[in-house]
Design a protein around this ligand. Structure first.
Ligand SMILES: CCCCCCC[C@@H](O)CC(=O)SCCNC(=O)CCNC(=O)[C@H](O)C(C)(C)COP(=O)(O)OP(=O)(O)OC[C@H]1O[C@@H](n2cnc3c(N)ncnc32)[C@H](O)[C@@H]1OP(=O)(O)O
Length: 715
């Protein structure tokens, strides 16, 4: 590989008259850089000044065929140092803040002057020079900065309180400069050298001192400043031909209270101290956002202390009909929609819980246990990095419409997906008699938790299924509300990602995203509407993958394909055309047949209440005068009694008598009668009997329908 060169680059090294600074300057000079050799030429305690030190290094560089100029300014006037570079070479690419002095004294003996001088040279000097160079770097979209810290700063050292404080200050300065510069390709790192220099000559033992040649550290600093080096915001320690990255780690720690309403007592702290200070499994946090995210995670856990870690009653999920109704509202059920009142009114003769509500006990159990957060080896997964990846739910027993359910969570496998980890959890849920009634499988996608060496493909994960290769058999759309997530979260998933713009920002979204389970609830409900006449008892199972986020306010279009009792579906955001749920299906116990099939002789002989869909008329938003509606009739086995009917007359206000229908089917009615129908003042059966509502086109439909309705009318 080619040598790493700095041709055309201008490098400023402060304190370059001797020691490390000199070694840096010589190395950069020998690699083609134009070097500004800054040195005030003072003593190591910050006294005096002379041009000698800088001049001799400049001479040395020149003797070796390099290009260099001397600068004698104090770094406290950092802008002047940078000006020297600009005046002589017209640019600056690299700044090494290296200048330093010592004023060692035991802590109580440090005078204000000792403190100020040390801080001025190390911390303020680095600030001034960097601040002067920064706009130039920003303008040219390139810059490399090195701050010089010390083990004395990282760990403390007797007699160096002023120096330690300044050196640790440089770490903070570099961390923020690194963040602010990143988008302009400005990198800022910290070097922690241990070298033989005039600052260390009487501190280190002589034989060790001899081994600590600055020339062994200079290549590390030079590499950090090369355009090919991507390191940014790091602390690199180097000495005697060794280098390693230093980092600050945080213990797993411990919650000091059980729930949000508790206070923290001194005794709580004492009792937790062992866990607070146990650094087993300690982690490096990548950013302040990660720290905030984990804090939010903890607050979440304190606010919902139902799990074993929260400290109360395991994975018991208690719910009433009110909770199920709140959920139904959260996933878009409406009293204005055909046959959905039963999901919203506890006194309805056929009150039902939407089957997807039964993912709630599973999700709550997963969120409240540590099984997911601790699933990836060597990492603790924070709430700020989890997305709902996939979901499977199967109703395998009698689930009550209110009561208690107990769930058991186990992690089945953890998949290494590169960009993240997919944590596959199985949740079995039991009713109060101990019978297994639900099986859920949740795939949690932990962003940036991949590459841990785990398997990529699972054996236990329930697979998604590709959609059939044809146009959808049916599509239904529904717009979510801008407050959809605000409403949905009241059902239990209070993850701030869905309501708090800050949390959304931490996860890289410009606004909060909708709960995956809310999109799932909308989608499955529309499948049930299309193929199960909204009968939740026909639901058996469902599987899907969340492939892209949904934002509250977007319209969900559910495209459906029927293959026997399996309804494949895909959910797309209508406004953008982006697929948000894929590989999905709902398995029904049986599918409500289209009218023509339903009217077959064998069905009529059935003892069961006979239900059928007369026809489905799709609303066409592009045609203001079309009508959307589902005509639903329930007729007893002998076909005599019309038990119930409903018309969904959405978009009907401008109806002109000729709605769009399925091919070959036209429903005809006058404007006036249509309005009466929509207001519930005219019964559809009466309308049909009186010839006010005509079904034409679909001959079979019309022919089979007429005698039935006539028979009813005679009653
Ligand atoms: C502890 C508490 C538990 C908490 C549970 C959840 C709590 C809730 O409050 C959280 C939510 O509701 S979040 C909202 C719903 N979810 C979403 O919006 C996620 C949408 N999906 C995405 O953005 C991407 O798929 C994304 C980001 C997930 C992946 O995208 P990429 O990183 O670009 O991955 P990609 O390159 O497409 O694929 C890489 C490998 O990963 C697999 N994969 C992709 N999406 C997946 C998904 N959704 N689930 C599972 N695996 C997924 C790919 O198949 C690929 O693997 P392979 O190459 O082996 O096929």
């Amino acid at each position: 590989m080619a040598d790493l060169r700095f041709d055309g680059r201008v490098v400023v090294v402060t304190g370059a008259g001797a020691g490390l600074g000199r070694a840096y300057a010589l190395l950069f000079g020998s690699r083609g850089a134009k070097v500004v050799v800054n040195d005030l030429g003072g003593g190591r305690h910050g006294d005096g000044s002379s041009s000698k030190a800088a001049d001799s290094v400049v001479d040395e560089i020149k003797r070796n065929g390099g290009i260099a100029v001397a600068d004698y300014n104090s770094v406290v006037d950092g802008d002047k140092v940078i000006k020297t570079a600009l005046d002589n070479f017209g640019r600056i690419d690299v700044l090494i803040n290296n200048a330093g002095i010592l004023r060692d004294k035991s802590f109580v003996r440090i005078s204000d002057q000792d403190w100020d001088l040390v801080h001025n040279v190390h911390l303020k000097g680095s600030f001034k020079a960097t601040q002067a160079a920064f706009p130039v770097f920003k303008k040219q979209g390139y810059g490399r900065i090195v701050m010089t810290s010390s083990n004395s700063g990282l760990y403390g050292n007797f007699g160096q309180a002023n120096y330690s404080a300044a050196k640790m200050g440089l770490v903070g300065l570099a961390s923020t400069v690194a963040i602010e510069g990143a988008k302009s390709n400005i990198h800022c790192n910290v070097i922690v050298p241990t070298a033989a220099s005039r600052l260390t000559e009487d501190i280190l033992p002589p034989d060790l001192y001899a081994e600590l040649k600055p020339e062994l550290i200079a290549p590390v600093v030079a590499y950090l400043c090369h355009e090919s080096c991507e390191e940014n915001g790091s602390i690199i320690e180097s000495a005697a031909g060794w280098a390693g990255k230093c980092t600050i780690v945080r213990a797993k720690g411990n919650l000091l209270r059980s729930k949000i309403s508790d206070i923290v007592t001194v005794e709580n702290v004492r009792d937790s101290w062992e866990k607070v200070t146990d650094i087993t499994g300690a982690e490096r946090l990548a950013s302040i956002q990660e720290a905030t995210g984990q804090l939010m995670s903890d607050l979440e856990r304190l606010s919902n202390p139902t799990g074993p870690e929260g400290g109360s009653d395991g994975n018991t999920f208690s719910f009433t009909s009110k909770d199920a109704i709140l959920y139904a509202l959260g996933v878009g059920a409406s009293t204005g929609a055909t046959n959905e009142l039963k999901f919203l009114y506890e006194n309805h003769e056929d009150f039902q819980v939407l089957p997807t509500y039964y993912v709630q006990p599973a999700l709550m159990a997963v969120m409240m246990s540590r099984t997911t957060t601790d699933a990836v080896p060597g990492k603790t997964i924070g709430l700020e990095q989890v997305l709902h990846g996939e979901q499977y739910i199967e109703v395998c027993g009698e689930v009550p419409t209110e009561g208690n359910l107990v769930s058991k969570v186990s992690v089945e496998e953890v998949l290494d997906k590169g960009s993240g980890a997919a944590i596959v959890s199985k949740i079995e849920t039991f009713n109060e008699s101990g019978d297994l009634v639900l099986v859920n499988q949740t795939v949690t996608f932990a962003v940036k938790a991949g590459n841990f060496g785990g398997p990529r493909n699972g054996v236990k994960i329930i697979p998604t299924q590709p959609k059939p290769n044809r146009r959808p058999d049916a599509s239904l759309s529904q717009k979510t509300s801008v407050d959809q997530a605000a409403l949905y979260r009241l059902s239990g998933d209070t993850n701030p990602l869905h309501i708090d713009p800050n949390m959304a920002g931490i996860m890289g979204y410009d606004r909060p995203i909708l709960h995956g389970l809310c999109s799932l609830g909308f989608s499955v409900r529309l499948v049930l509407r299309q193929f199960a006449n909204n009968d939740a008892t026909l639901f058996r199972a469902c599987k899907l993958r969340f492939v892209k986020p949904v934002f509250p306010g977007e319209t969900l279009r559910v495209d459906m394909w029927r293959e026997n009792n399996r309804i494949h579906f895909e959910t797309v955001v209508a406004e953008t055309g982006v697929t948000v749920i894929s590989g999905a299906y709902v398995d029904l116990k049986s599918v409500m047949q289209p009218l023509a099939n339903k009217l077959s002789a064998s069905n009529l002989k059935s003892d069961a209440v006979f239900e059928f869909i007369i026809d489905q008329v799709k609303a066409d938003p592009n045609k203001a005068k079309s009508v959307g509606g589902v005509f639903l009739y329930n007729i007893t086995k002998d076909g005599k009694q019309a038990k119930q009917w409903t018309m969904d007359l959405k978009n009907a206000k401008v109806y002109n008598g000729k709605p769009e229908g399925k091919p070959n089917t036209t429903l005809t009615i006058s404007d006036e009668d249509f309005m009466l129908l929509s207001e519930g003042k005219l019964n559809p059966q009466t309308a049909f009997m009186k010839g006010k509502l005509k079904v034409t086109g679909n001959v079979m439909l019309a022919q089979k329908l007429a005698p039935l309705l006539k028979a009813n009318a005679k009653l």
